[in-house]
Design a protein around this ligand. Structure first.
Ligand code: AMP
Length: 139
């Protein structure tokens, strides 16, 4: 029997809308729908490995290569002073969507933390920040 698609597979397949930042053969990056800070991005492998435990060796570079690319791009693109890179690995660690993803959470020096915060975009600003990040991604 075919396994149900994860919400992130549906996004990758265009069945659910997303604000896309980057895509290559192995990975897809898009804005988190419920961001902690402006520009909060998720990076996912296109194959639905449930978590970091199940990411095969030969996908490590593909996945973390994209994580680094976008982290770098955020610095000047947003701009931001730092980026929290977070993987909630397993239910006990707060993982809700069981399709591996890294949260890239842009930070400013005096922002007083991100945990538990919710950022609300004004009209058009999500698309703008996504473009600002993607414009700075180096190939
Ligand atoms: P985690 O707790 O690490 O599993 O986080 C899952 C993340 O996926 C949360 O930050 C959600 O806001 C995010 N998320 C869930 N559905 C969507 C969606 N349709 N588009 C963008 N982000 C989503």
């Amino acid at each position: 029997m075919q396994k149900d698609k994860t919400v992130f597979e549906k996004i990758i397949d265009g069945e659910i809308p997303s604000t896309k930042i980057y895509e290559d053969e192995y990975t897809y990056a898009f804005l988190d729908i419920s961001p902690n800070t402006r520009g909060h991005t998720l990076v996912v492998p296109k194959k639905a490995y449930s978590d970091l435990y199940n990411l095969p060796e030969n996908e490590i570079e593909n996945f973390f290569g994209t994580v680094k690319k976008i982290t770098n791009a955020m610095k000047e693109g947003i701009p931001c002073d730092g980026v929290n890179v977070v993987i909630n690995n397993g239910a006990a660690a707060g993982q809700v969507v069981f399709h591996l993803h890294a949260h890239l959470i842009p930070r400013q020096t005096d922002d007083r933390g991100y945990f538990g915060k919710k950022y609300i975009y004004s009209d058009g600003d999500a698309e703008l920040v996504a473009k600002k990040i993607s414009n700075k991604i180096e190939s």
